[in-house]
Design a protein around this ligand. Structure first.
Ligand code: FES
Length: 165
């Protein structure tokens, strides 16, 4: 898909999303969530369209997008790895795991590896506290993840199905 057709697709998509939420009070956040759910991020070229649709300034929309780390301004990697940073996981060594993940992937949280494969994200409790530290890849939660297990997970992400036991 060319960049021009991609931008046209974004314009059509965001117009549909705006139309679906426009009458809702506080429509900006639901619109941004719907857009990111649909394509994985909030492209910069959609901000003026959203601003115009909601009668806001582009700066106001940009301010909200950048305030919430959840919203991405670039496409995510092929895989997303979430590391739990909440209390139970921290007590069981997730800080060391974070350091290892950052160093081994050469990215910080909210960044994507240079090959576009992996986006590293923080998360705050995966409901798996008894088996912490916890990591989620797609819909799968991994328990007792240390550096070695993390490397194993990353290695196996080359396959579409993650089969780490
Ligand atoms: S604190 Fe990490 S899973 Fe609950």
């Amino acid at each position: 898909m060319s960049e021009a057709s991609s931008q046209a697709d974004h314009a059509d998509l965001v117009s549909d999303i705006i139309a679906a939420h426009q009458e809702q009070p506080g429509a900006l956040l639901p619109i941004l969530h719907a857009l990111q759910d649909a394509i994985g991020y909030v492209p910069g070229d959609t901000l003026p369209i959203i601003a115009s649709g909601l009668n806001l300034s582009r700066a106001e929309v940009h301010g909200v997008v950048t305030f919430y780390h959840y919203f991405r301004s670039s496409p995510p990697g092929r895989h997303t790895i979430q590391i739990c940073r909440a209390e139970a996981c921290q007590a069981m060594g997730s800080r060391a795991l974070e350091e290892h993940a950052r160093r081994s992937l050469n990215v910080d949280f909210h960044q994507t590896t240079g090959d576009g494969e992996i986006t590293l994200l923080p998360v705050y409790c995966l409901g798996n506290c008894a088996c912490s530290p916890s990591v989620r890849v797609a819909d799968r939660v991994f328990s007792h993840v240390d550096a070695e297990r993390f490397d194993e997970i990353v290695k196996q992400l080359g396959n579409t199905a993650v089969e780490v036991k």
